[in-house]
Design a protein around this ligand. Structure first.
Ligand SMILES: [Fe+2]
Length: 325
């Protein structure tokens, strides 16, 4: 028997009662399961994450202010992370997802890189000349478009227009942090080569395809469920479900409490929402966060469209999806 094991055995053997034993077993990195400091099981889901609302108007002003003093070299990081104020968190928006407002000024570009987290952009404001390059494919970034940059794809962003371009980034980085398979690699090239400029691509959801007509109008709209379109993205990004909700003026949308964490981006219109116990007013460009096990109700004050990203596929694949009755 080696010396340290022998000393530990002697030490444990010297205990005269449980109070003597606890510090000795702690020294050996054992926790007494009957005497642990924190519960490890509880009857229903708990989250520290809070329902939240971020104003695009405020975010845009903060980005414009920062743009006065940040040069092109830092442009790829000119984003505002929408962090949930829990503990010392300054990154995660909900448990599995992070959202950010990003701005690139005319003539700037965000250098190419790739990483394991999946990313997507929802473009808020952009003029012709703003685009992303994903694995050599040039994808225009037009206001209202959604672009995917699946994990492992080399990607970069360019603004060759005369105006600043603004968008919302959504990534599953917090999920990758939890599970730990992070890989990141910058490109050796400053400018990513363009190999094709297709008019259609599975990573590009065009605003024209997302902005279909609202099905009802006026009083009649209140009687029908809201119209939801699931985007065909799950074969490219396995961890997220992307959907687009079309709400008529005065229509309500109830979301049941479930184990899914959700982010909502306001694509068009305005309204209010009850997120758990939090009442908010929303309009174009705003981002709302609904952590797991919180119910919500949206009410549209105008004809509105809401882009949702959630982690349903992760919960579902792992057998962890539940919805409250
Ligand atoms: Fe990236």
């Amino acid at each position: 028997m080696n010396k340290s094991l022998s000393m530990a055995m002697d030490s444990l053997s010297s205990a005269k009662n449980l109070d003597d034993l606890y510090p000795l077993i702690d020294q050996q990195f054992f926790t007494a399961g009957w005497h642990k400091k924190r519960a490890s099981l509880w009857p229903s889901p708990r989250t520290e994450f809070r329902p939240m609302h971020w104003s695009y108007e405020l975010g845009k002003l903060a980005l414009d202010q920062a743009g006065q003093w940040m040069d092109t070299e830092l442009a790829e990081r000119r984003n505002l992370l929408l962090f949930n104020p829990v503990g010392d968190n300054d990154y995660d928006t909900v448990r599995t997802l992070v959202a950010a407002f990003q701005m690139i000024k005319p003539g700037e570009y965000a250098k190419p890189h790739k990483h394991t987290p999946n990313a997507l952009r929802f473009v808020l404001e952009a003029q012709p000349g703003a685009f992303s390059v994903v694995d050599g494919v040039l994808l225009p970034m037009r206001a209202g478009d959604i672009l995917l940059t699946p994990g492992g794809s080399m990607h970069s962003h360019y603004n060759e227009s005369e105006s600043c371009a603004y968008w919302i980034d959504i990534l599953d980085v917090p999920l990758v942090h939890l599970l730990e398979p992070m890989f990141f690699e910058p490109s050796h090239e400053a400018i990513q080569a363009v190999e094709s400029t297709p008019s259609e691509h599975p990573y590009w959801f065009k605003v024209e395809e997302l902005s279909k007509a609202w099905p009802m109008a006026g009083e009649a709209a209140q009687e029908v469920p809201i119209d939801t379109q699931i985007l065909d993205s799950q074969s490219h990004i396995l961890t997220q479900c992307l959907s687009y909700h079309h709400m008529n003026k005065m229509q309500s949308w109830d979301i049941a409490k479930s184990t899914v964490s959700r982010l909502f981006c306001i694509a068009e219109g305005s309204g209010s929402a009850q997120l758990g116990g939090v009442q908010v007013e929303w309009k174009f460009g705003d981002v709302l966060a609904l952590p797991s096990w919180h119910a919500a109700q949206f009410k549209a004050h105008q004809n509105s469209r809401i882009f949702e990203v959630n982690d349903f596929p992760v919960l579902d694949k792992l057998g962890l999806y539940r919805q409250a009755l």
